[in-house]
Design a binder for this molecule. Structure first.
Ligand code: GTP
Ligand code: MG
Length: 319
């Protein structure tokens, strides 16, 4: 079947552990084989799932804090660095999964992805072991779409991670069930398919002294289509399947076997493939498995019913 890994990253509390658990359950429900959970958060307490691989079997943050006289953040970085150096342990646990699909639940400290190369090294280790790795970056919708400035800040963090990890990449707008009912589809589209002039003008209104910076960032984000966001609502199975399709395309899932592997239960697979082309991930704002930036595809001025919402509808219709 091949070896695949979803590296689930994002800021603290963005929903990574929940994503991993629910993604696992969903992949089980569509009968995808050999899916395993890997907890890479040495400070995790309650996971809500049973990991097949657990960094806490190797190193615990509390022990590192005590032994190295470090605070929680420093100890976490130290613990993940220790993991990277523990090649025997990694060989042992990963070699148990020779033909598998790993969902990797990462810590929320963004410095692991943006400031120090520790997670980048972890990605390279997985790739050397034959894994096709896709980074799934969760952006918490309840924080990122409140203001345009918050959105730009989130997007900058996504781009830093993309550049630092150099893997194929899917950006997911998490917790969409929490978006206010009053938020219209047009409001959401202004984040999903931003018009650079509108985005920069609105950001400038929120913080006039940052206007030139907002404008430059808006241009980069939209011009290069670096971040195509997939809204995810766990109550909306279509939104889950769009994320899976995009992830699959990034890693070329099932290339060695029948392409429809694991999607037997989808009635609307073709529709969703077209939507995934349009919406983001591997063909809009994504990076292919060979690491190259993919061409922008689709017309971003099209209607938004590809997210399960009619143009005039509200987010309720995602349910
Ligand atoms: N309503 C709603 N709540 C969510 C969703 N995903 C996560 N949460 C809640 O958000 C909080 C944080 O979720 P986690 O999954 O622990 O987030 P995390 O990114 O793993 O957090 P850290 O590991 O601490 O960085 C928990 O209270 C979850 O129940 C979602 O899709 N909808
Ligand atoms: Mg977590």
């Amino acid at each position: 079947m091949g070896k695949y890994a979803q590296l689930v990253v994002g800021p603290a509390g963005s929903g990574k552990t929940t994503y991993c658990r629910k993604m696992y359950e969903h992949l089980q429900s569509i009968k995808r084989k050999f899916v395993h959970m890997f907890n890479l958060d040495p400070a995790a307490e309650e996971l809500g799932y049973e990991p097949s691989i657990d960094i806490r079997d190797l190193v615990m943050v509390d022990d590192v804090m005590e032994e190295c006289s470090l605070g929680p953040n420093g100890a976490l970085v130290e613990a993940v660095e220790y993991l990277i150096m523990s090649t025997d342990w990694l060989d042992e646990v990963l070699d148990d999964f020779s033909d598998d699909y790993l969902i990797i639940d990462c810590p929320g400290q963004v410095e692991l992805y943006t400031h120090i190369p520790v997670m980048e090294k972890f990605c390279r280790i997985l790739e050397q072991k034959g894994y096709r790795v896709v980074t799934v970056y969760l952006v918490d919708s309840s924080r990122a779409v409140a203001r345009k400035l918050d959105f730009l800040a989130s997007v900058l963090s996504v781009i830093s991670t993309m550049v630092a990890l150099s893997t194929p990449h899917v950006t997911v707008l998490s917790k969409c069930d929490l978006l206010p009912e009053s938020m219209s589809t047009d409001d959401l589209d202004s984040f999903l398919f931003p018009d650079p002039s509108v985005l920069s003008a609105e950001a400038a209104m929120e913080s006039p002294h940052l206007a030139p910076l907002s404008s430059a960032v808006s241009d980069v984000v939209t011009e290069f289509s670096l971040v195509g966001l997939f809204p995810l609502n766990w109550d909306d199975v279509d939104s889950i399947n769009r994320v899976i399709l995009s992830v699959d395309r990034c890693v070329d899932y099932g290339a060695d076997e029948e392409m429809d592997a694991g999607f037997e239960s989808l009635d609307r697979k073709e529709d969703m493939e077209a939507d995934a082309d349009f919406a983001g991930g591997s063909e809009w704002g994504g990076i292919s498995w060979d690491g190259s930036l993919l061409d922008k595809g689709g017309d971003i001025t099209q209607s938004s019913d590809h997210f399960g919402m009619e143009d005039e509808g509200s987010l309720d219709e995602m349910d």
